[in-house]
Ligand binder design. Sequence first.
Ligand SMILES: [Zn+2]
Length: 223
Amino acid sequence: MRKALMVTVEVDPERVESRLGAGEMLCPSCPDGVLVRWGFARARRVVGVAEPVRPRRSRCRTCAVTHVLLPVTLLLRRAYLAELIWAAVAAKAAGAGHRLIGARLGIPASTVRGWLRVITGRAEAVRHWFIAVAVTAGVDVSIPKATGSGCGDVLGAVGAAREAIAARFGERSVIGAVTSARAAVACSGARLLAPGWPPVPMSGHPTPVGPDVAAADGSSSRG
Ligand SMILES: [Zn+2]
């Protein structure tokens, strides 16, 4: 399978265009490369977004590697807004089951169950990852206690990372408003639910406000 590389960027396509045009987007695959416009990725429907999303593709002037620029509201290979997925994780942490969550959010219960299974299955590793992000970004970070629930632990750790990022860079950064869902996307290189964890090697990344990067198979989209 051909692997496309992916970079998480802000939601506003005009800002993405202007940063690309100004040579302000750096290549994550080589030391000094600059990304330039290189067409678009396949348009995709995303639940929670009215218009189909058509991510910009870019190519490095130096190493010629192409990268899909995925907005920070989207997780790799998921056809739902990250905020919706995050709402499901939060509801699970609060004790709801996948059927109730699905009914509340208007999402098939089986889809919700799939998300929660992935999160629960990697909860400990995800918790460690985001606590490391919080400690890297923050000062006097208080480490959230284990809750006994996988989703609860992930929620707490991502919340701590969000707090640390907002404290350091402000509530609005290059990714826009710093929500937990966006922190979860940006600091996982959009791979929170993608196959394989950790999402990127710990050395050098994750940079908390991105544009954060990860090697990822960004070609397909599913539940
Ligand atoms: Zn490059």
